[in-house]
Design a protein around this ligand. Sequence first.
Ligand SMILES: *[C@@H]1O[C@H](CO)[C@@H](O)[C@H](O)[C@H]1NC(C)=O
Ligand SMILES: *[C@@H]1O[C@H](CO)[C@@H](O)[C@H](O)[C@H]1NC(C)=O
Ligand SMILES: *[C@@H]1O[C@H](CO)[C@@H](O)[C@H](O)[C@H]1NC(C)=O
Ligand SMILES: *[C@@H]1O[C@H](CO)[C@@H](O)[C@H](O)[C@H]1NC(C)=O
Ligand SMILES: *[C@@H]1O[C@H](CO)[C@@H](O)[C@H](O)[C@H]1NC(C)=O
Ligand SMILES: *[C@@H]1O[C@H](CO)[C@@H](O)[C@H](O)[C@H]1NC(C)=O
Ligand SMILES: *[C@@H]1O[C@H](CO)[C@@H](O)[C@H](O)[C@H]1NC(C)=O
Ligand SMILES: *[C@@H]1O[C@H](CO)[C@@H](O)[C@H](O)[C@H]1NC(C)=O
Ligand SMILES: *[C@@H]1O[C@H](CO)[C@@H](O)[C@H](O)[C@H]1NC(C)=O
Ligand SMILES: *[C@@H]1O[C@H](CO)[C@@H](O)[C@H](O)[C@H]1NC(C)=O
Ligand SMILES: *[C@@H]1O[C@H](CO)[C@@H](O)[C@H](O)[C@H]1NC(C)=O
Ligand SMILES: *[C@@H]1O[C@H](CO)[C@@H](O)[C@H](O)[C@H]1NC(C)=O
Length: 696
Amino acid sequence: MRLSLSLVAIATASLITTEAAQLSWEQAYAKAKAKVANLSLEDKVSLGTGIGDGPCVGNTAAMSNASWPGLCLQDSPLAVRLAYNVTGGIAGINVAASFDRKLTLQRGHDMGQEFRGKGINIQLGPDVNMARTPEAGRNWEGFGEDPYLTGIMGALTVQGVQAEGVISTAKHFILNEQETDRTTNTSIADERTIHEIYAWPFARAVEAGLVSVMCSYNQINYTYACENDATMNKILKQQIGFQGFIQSDWGATHSGAKALMAGLDMDMPGPDDFWGANLVAAAKNGTVPMSRVDDAATRILASYYKLGQDSNFPKVQVDSDDVPSAPVDVVTSAAHKATVRSIGAASVVVLKNDDNILPLTNPKAIGVIGQDAGPTFYGIGGCTEHACYDNGTAAAGWGSGGSYFFDLVDPLQGITSRANQSKIKSSLTNDVDTATQIAKAVDIAIVFVQSNSGEGTDRSNITLWNKGDDLVKAVAAANPNTIVVVHTPSAVLMPWVNNVKAVINAGLPGEESGNSLADVLFGDVNPSGRLPYTIAVKNSDYPAHVSKPPVVYSEKLLIGYRWFDTKNIEPLFPFGHGLSYTNFTYSNLKITKSKSSNMAISASIKNSGKIAGSEVPQLYIGFPESAGEPVKILRGFDKLMLKPGQTSTVTFPLNVSKELSIYDVGSQSWQIAHGQFKVYVGASSRDIRLNGTFSL
Ligand SMILES: *[C@@H]1O[C@H](CO)[C@@H](O)[C@H](O)[C@H]1NC(C)=O
Ligand SMILES: *[C@@H]1O[C@H](CO)[C@@H](O)[C@H](O)[C@H]1NC(C)=O
Ligand SMILES: *[C@@H]1O[C@H](CO)[C@@H](O)[C@H](O)[C@H]1NC(C)=O
Ligand SMILES: *[C@@H]1O[C@H](CO)[C@@H](O)[C@H](O)[C@H]1NC(C)=O
Ligand SMILES: *[C@@H]1O[C@H](CO)[C@@H](O)[C@H](O)[C@H]1NC(C)=O
Ligand SMILES: *[C@@H]1O[C@H](CO)[C@@H](O)[C@H](O)[C@H]1NC(C)=O
Ligand SMILES: *[C@@H]1O[C@H](CO)[C@@H](O)[C@H](O)[C@H]1NC(C)=O
Ligand SMILES: *[C@@H]1O[C@H](CO)[C@@H](O)[C@H](O)[C@H]1NC(C)=O
Ligand SMILES: *[C@@H]1O[C@H](CO)[C@@H](O)[C@H](O)[C@H]1NC(C)=O
Ligand SMILES: *[C@@H]1O[C@H](CO)[C@@H](O)[C@H](O)[C@H]1NC(C)=O
Ligand SMILES: *[C@@H]1O[C@H](CO)[C@@H](O)[C@H](O)[C@H]1NC(C)=O
Ligand SMILES: *[C@@H]1O[C@H](CO)[C@@H](O)[C@H](O)[C@H]1NC(C)=O
């Protein structure tokens, strides 16, 4: 039985019932092995051979003689791409900024229902690569600069999607943290860094039952990711224990036998000279052992059986052409749109709010200024590249990570429909003179600015697009009550930050953009978004940048805030930062060690302000010095909704052998660190409210 879960139901254990129809890996493997035993060599190879054109962006062949329907693989990590009547979803970076487990899981269920409704077997997401550099073009698809946060958001996404019977694909494995030269060159990182930072989110997704992984375009140590024995066989399959199948990124396969033996199970999109007939020949002449051909086939079939796709799976209803065929099943719904709107509001990060200018309280006239406040065409034949996005509001980036938004509510629409008592004056260009005129004529001036990026290109700088800095400065000079709203895939520079009263980072919020923003501006939702990355004062403060190859991860463990902390660099806004319309006080730190491998840290959080709101208490751990870890690393967070005056306890469970351990290269294993640990509980990585210590 498949359930449609309300937000309330999510909190209960009933969630798990959707998985009842699914199999354990053990059961799935038994079923798959029985099937493989009946297949010809050609059929086994065919299971993992992309056939190019078909209804989906990736397709494998149907085999009537083997009663096999073939598989449909479709973008994207945020919605069904290239399809009508789907919900235009919200970017991973906003999911991360929500720090909200329940909404993240709900989004996974919603997406799973939509992919399944369209007959898609395999969703090509989530993206769990790290925001290592501020410029990386796909930062918005992933969950930010912290592996612990990325691991949790990735795992919850997998859990939700797969509970609906759709295969999740964690991508891109591995060290694919920039677009520049991604298909032609190598990334280099030491093993400890790989395990503790870049493989960590994949490992957490595997624990959540992940069924597919996509290997990346880049090389690692000068060997392509999709023929890399060290990363696919050794790290992913042996050390992490991944039992599903590895598929190539589109065109990332460079060999047949070599790639198969290194761990690649499925070649996409094909057809090419590497898989299919070539592998059949290689198996016939003994270049690859039949046992490995069987293993690849078994992994694919086991994945399919594990999620129950052999029973009542809907027929494919998408069309991979840029112009999809006539609309068929409607998979979007008011409930799914509501999830996007809720995450949009929950991921609005209020960076600054001087004089409590927010929430707005019935201003007579509001100025809505900037091209980023206006409509953008994200439809068929529309936004597939930079120019098209450079026109109205930024609600998603471009490339395979996006989807059509047929129903985009832009900021001007969202504000207008909510602000019924305030007069709205707008200027939907970045023209400074018009902006100044409008700003002078209103009580509150909201100026919208953006930066954006997509697959295939990194940002060449992290400055606002289209002279956004000049626009903000002009508006701020004309009106002391200026609020800046930034739509962006990752950090931007804010040289005007001291000129304005409030700054909101709204990320890339999907098709409910304007509604989500209005929810927060007008105080219907008390903001609770937190930065999933560091915003630096200047670009050179960051530990890493997009570089020409080889891409050496020389900052090692010091990604993001870990670098700023260790090098004592003051950020403009730190990781984990975000303001509320109320205040919270922290007290009563408790550290509990039990005899088992688990321990727990707890604290009391009180809403000491006047209105209800959610707080995101964060746990950071400082390892014993001998461990060689950064000053502090995130090891817990929660989101608590508290009424005025209400106090609640937040508990952060810690799995010692995982979360208080380091990867030891000598023994190739995780080892618990010994010595004195520091405990920091706070409202951001730089707003620590409670300190403590314990020893292991
Ligand atoms: C194997 O093939 C036989 C004969 O066609 C068929 O009866 C049996 O059901 C097949 N087993 C599986 C697991 O497909
Ligand atoms: C099954 O059919 C496919 C084509 O659909 C063919 O390539 C394959 O060889 C056939 N297998 C057997 C055992 O006949
Ligand atoms: C499906 O999408 C198409 C294209 O946007 C639209 O014209 C049609 O009204 C939608 N159908 C339904 C039932 O919403
Ligand atoms: C890596 O990139 C450099 C510079 O673009 C190029 O000269 C070199 O051939 C590339 N190496 C490989 C292995 O592709
Ligand atoms: C890359 O090469 C370095 C140096 O030989 C080695 O220490 C490291 O383990 C290699 N990494 C991978 C993933 O193969
Ligand atoms: C075996 O077949 C593969 C694929 O056709 C080919 O590349 C390879 O050279 C062959 N090896 C031998 C020893 O015949
Ligand atoms: C912006 O959108 C308008 C209306 O869709 C279009 O006419 C114009 O060419 C677009 N401009 C750019 C730079 O894409
Ligand atoms: C518009 O204002 C009226 C009167 O204050 C209020 O009842 C109504 O809820 C408002 N509408 C919206 C969308 O806020
Ligand atoms: C930043 O990059 C954008 C987009 O590539 C470009 O148009 C702009 O000129 C650059 N700005 C600066 C300050 O380099
Ligand atoms: C939070 O408390 C500080 C001082 O204790 C006060 O200045 C500020 O206005 C309060 N903020 C809110 C939103 O209540
Ligand atoms: C801790 O994490 C490890 C590694 O993921 C896992 O095997 C183990 O079951 C966990 N322990 C507890 C007590 O949850
Ligand atoms: C806890 O430690 C941090 C880092 O040393 C320090 O900045 C902070 O002031 C301390 N907070 C408390 C409440 O002691």
